[in-house]
Design a protein around this ligand. Structure first.
Ligand code: SF4
Length: 64
């Protein structure tokens, strides 16, 4: 499963970075997926980060 961050929705709380620093980072003050870590949507911690994102900016999709 593919994880993405919609930077139009993100407001840079960095919660996702604190939760899963191996997958998320910040770029110019907004959340982003670390390059090469886009296929981590099956990780329960990534799913939790998506559920807990205060702006619902994190999406997990099948990559289609
Ligand atoms: S938790 Fe959500 S709002 Fe906060 S930095 Fe991550 S994607 Fe952005």
């Amino acid at each position: 499963m593919k994880v993405t961050v919609d930077q139009d929705l993100c407001y840079g709380s960095a919660d996702c970075v604190y939760r899963v620093g191996s997958v998320f980072t910040t770029v110019d003050g907004f959340g982003a997926v670390i390059p090469g870590r886009e296929d981590t949507g099956d990780d329960p911690r990534v799913r939790e980060a998506a559920e807990q994102c205060p702006s619902q900016a994190i999406s997990i999709t099948d990559g289609q």
